[in-house]
Design a protein around this ligand. Structure first.
Ligand SMILES: [Zn+2]
Ligand SMILES: [Zn+2]
Ligand SMILES: [Zn+2]
Length: 801
């Protein structure tokens, strides 16, 4: 597998210009070098770091921000200058990311000291805003040190940590542009802020007990709760089983004691969220190990400065309430990333807290104190709030390790608004993404900037969050779109929005097929311009008006055909009786698939299998036969639903993809593959010239599934054979595509790649067949990554024209 380090320009820098250290004397006459550093180097403690390096190496000169990076000029003995450049790369501060360093020889100017010059001297600053970062080790030490002046101060931070994106109104990233503007620094804080040698030099959110934000505790009716210490009082209430709304970094969380079954059930009841797993925050990595079996990769992801939620294997008897993540073997776990959260665990009274976004279903997360009180008063017993405004909503990011590589299932806090490289130069453009789990992308030049996870664009609240974030990012990156890219689905609100927005502005509008975008995004992350794409997904509007999602697409970025790709093969179409209702009721999908495979769905055996009444089956069968509200789909996600419905007896789901997730979960302890008995769909190759696409047929597969079911084979085994068979079927199809095209690279994308068992089987099987396999690293394989792929395709098209 190619991991992202192989092919993107995001990691590592190369020293330019051949400076040969051997030729340079240690104590020769002074020389001067100009160094330009590009990457994430502003607002991340880079200037104090360089200042310290220059001091330690005894060099004179200056550093300042410029547009796109920093400029350094240093003067001193050649060997010291060399050491300086080497250390610049080797000792980069934790939040900084160096993309490139260019070094040139300058004429000696005779500077006496090293200084940090004001930004204006070197031109206007325009490098956007850094991502939010978890409390660093130094700050955590101060937080828990009774002798420190910031002991137990819930808002301490420094240049190596703290809120960034979520507290910033607009650029440049300077205190007056953040929600810290209203807090005037005290003399001690100001002195730290002004001292280039201090860890808090130009730390924009710098604050302390004397001058910074403060906590408050409110009852559900908004009235203040009198307490000596709002934090201690909150801990006591949580320990007593209450539900708290807690203001965090990117929004409010709803919190409850994760070891208290009754408290968790009460939270579910009040939030109307019944089945969907809830994330759990624990004190530290030891506490995480106690509730989950963690691999070293999962541990380092948990402790990374983005502090995402990591899906990990539950540990038996871990004391976590069963209702936190019912029916699945994993738990979404994460560690505290704000001082306030560390303090909740500091007394040791609480072991694990449910921390779930404070919203109702897929509404945007609440950020404002009044908004939280209004929206959550029926859910939370009390509100732990503060007076630092959150200016950008940002949910927690969700990740998982697949075959030792991190996968971003939801890209939000800690990652936004970091740019992702583009393989071609893009004119300023906006890609609006899809419908569910929406994320838009602004692109310009060689970078694409993805918004945070915005949720479903199903209503005006969703669209309002979309436009609010869009205008913020447009300002931040100074990108005024010259074209807008959208999904082909005519019913998506994002499509309607794009049409109206471009009409008002007279801008070109580009439609991109859903799965083409998925695959192009995966290829672009690796800088590859042709691949056999396996787009394995829940849904997506096809160029023929049917719903796609089990696709083998030959994709070339330079493809000039009208579609821009070739649909080489796909899963055989089956009807979705009732359309969207079949997504919420997987038994309908099972009925549609079994009917299409030639089974008599009204037979006694089938009625028992579907746990359905003859009358309801008859209605659906008639809908299918008359082609009424029964769209055809080749979606793999729907096939998973259908199989899960009969194997797990799951008629309806509480949340999207629940049946498929449970099917993956039940197989967790089964072997990857079996000598025989995997349910491999057949590849049907049409006669040459027939104009029909290769089909991946599932009839025999269904027969094998049912035979095993009726023979009493355990459902875990059936689930494993299904996963193995599906992977093999698509690997076979990729093999045929290779014979026809000579392409040896496979790109994996689509929502089904959230299924780690499937992702692993595909990668391992394809590599055994000698393929190079590409998987997403920096954007989500699901619809959260869609807009990045849309931007890639549009950039390639616009470049050609
Ligand atoms: Zn810090
Ligand atoms: Zn202060
Ligand atoms: Zn999709």
């Amino acid at each position: 597998m190619l991991d992202c380090g192989d092919s993107t320009a995001l990691k590592g820098a190369s020293l330019s210009d051949g400076i040969d250290p051997i030729q340079l004397a240690h104590h020769g006459p002074p020389q001067r070098r100009g160094i330009v550093v590009r990457g994430v180097v502003q607002g991340v403690g880079f200037r104090p770091f360089v200042y310290r390096l220059a001091m330690e190496e005894g060099l004179a000169g200056f550093i300042g921000n410029n547009t796109g990076g920093v400029t350094i000029e240093v003067e001193g003995p050649a060997a010291r200058l060399d050491a300086f450049v080497v250390r610049l790369r080797a000792e980069t501060p934790p939040l900084a990311r160096i993309d490139a360093i260019a070094v040139e020889q300058l004429t000696v100017a005779g500077d006496a000291a090293f200084r940090i010059v004001a930004s204006e001297v070197l031109g206007r600053v325009s490098t956007g805003i850094p991502a939010d970062a978890a409390t660093c080790a130094d700050c955590l030490r101060e937080l828990l040190d009774p002798a420190d002046r910031r002991f137990r101060y819930p808002f301490l931070n420094c240049t190596n940590c703290g809120p960034r994106y979520t507290i910033t109104r607009s650029i440049p990233y300077d205190r007056p542009q953040t929600s810290m503007a209203k807090f005037l620094m005290c003399a001690l804080c100001q002195a730290e802020y002004d001292d280039p040698a201090n860890r808090r030099f130009h730390a924009q959110p710098n604050a302390c007990w004397q001058c910074g934000p403060q906590l408050s505790l409110s009852a559900a009716d908004g009235g203040a709760i009198e307490a000596d210490d709002p934090l201690d009082e909150s801990v006591a209430r949580l320990a007593a089983g209450q539900i708290m709304a807690i203001k965090g970094i990117g929004g409010f969380h709803l919190s409850a004691d994760a070891t208290n079954e009754a408290a968790v059930l009460r939270l579910r009841e009040r939030k109307h969220r019944y089945g969907k797993p809830l994330a759990v925050m624990v004190r530290d990595i030891e506490a995480a190990r106690a509730i989950c079996d963690l691999t070293p990769d999962e541990e380092s992801l948990l402790q990374s400065s983005a502090r995402p939620i990591v899906l990990a294997r539950k540990r038996g008897g871990n004391g976590i309430a069963e209702s936190v993540a019912p029916g699945i073997p994993w738990l979404g776990v994460f560690l505290p990333y704000a001082p306030l959260q560390h303090l909740l665990f500091a007394s040791g009274e609480l072991r694990a807290l449910v921390m779930t976004s404070a919203n109702l279903s897929e509404e945007p997360i609440a950020i404002d104190n009044d908004e939280a009180l209004a929206r959550l008063s029926g859910i939370a017993d009390a509100f732990l709030m503060h007076d630092r405004e959150i200016l950008q909503r940002c949910d927690d990011s969700v990740t998982a390790i697949v075959d030792r590589a991190p996968q971003l299932l939801r890209r939000a806090r800690g990652f936004v608004p970091l740019g992702v490289a583009l393989p071609v130069d893009a004119p300023p453009l906006l890609a609006v993404g899809g419908h569910m789990k929406n994320v838009f992308t602004l692109a310009s030049g060689r970078f694409a900037y993805q918004s945070q996870h915005l949720g479903d664009l199903e209503n005006l609240t969703g669209i309002a969050f979309f436009t609010e974030s869009l205008h913020h990012l447009m300002r931040t990156f100074e990108i005024e779109p010259q074209a807008v890219v959208h999904d082909l689905h005519p019913g998506y609100l994002s499509t309607a929005w794009a049409k109206q927005w471009t009409a008002e502005r007279g801008l070109p509008l580009i439609g991109v097929q859903h799965h083409h975008a998925h695959i192009a995004g995966c290829m672009a992350e690796h800088g590859v311009d042709e691949a056999i794409g396996l787009a394995l997904d829940g849904t997506g509007y096809g160029t023929d008006g049917t719903i796609w999602g089990g696709e083998v697409l030959i994709t070339r970025l330079g493809d000039t055909s009208s579609a821009g790709f070739e649909r080489f093969a796909h899963l055989e179409n089956v009807p979705m009786p009732g359309g969207d209702a079949a997504v919420k009721e997987p038994w309908r999908m099972a009925l549609g698939a079994l009917h299409a495979a030639g089974f008599d769905v009204e037979s006694e055996q089938m009625l028992a299998l579907l746990r359905a009444e003859r009358s309801e089956v008859r209605v659906l069968k008639r809908m299918i036969e008359r082609k009424v509200n029964s769209p055809a789909t080749s979606s793999l996600g729907r096939l998973f639903d259908a199989v899960a419905a009969v194997v797990l007896n799951r008629r309806v789901v509480d949340y999207e993809a629940q049946a498929a997730i449970e099917l993956e979960g039940i197989a967790v302890d089964e072997p990857d593959r079996f000598e025989q008995g995997n349910y491999v769909p057949e590849l049907h190759t049409p006669e040459e010239g027939s104009g029909i696409v290769n089909l991946i047929r599932t009839g025999k597969m269904w027969k094998a599934v049912l035979e095993d079911l009726w023979r009493g084979v355990p459902s875990s085994r059936i689930a494993a054979r299904f996963h193995a068979g599906i992977a093999e079927g698509f690997i076979n199809a990729a093999g045929n595509a290779r014979i026809e095209t000579g392409i040896n690279v496979v790109a994996l994308s689509g929502g089904c790649l959230h299924n780690r068992r499937l992702a692993h089987l595909l990668r391992a099987g394809l590599e055994e067949e000698g393929f190079t396999v590409l998987q997403h690293c920096q954007v989500s394989p699901g619809d959260g990554g869609l807009s990045y792929g849309q931007a890639v395709i549009a950039a390639a098209m616009l470049r050609r024209s």
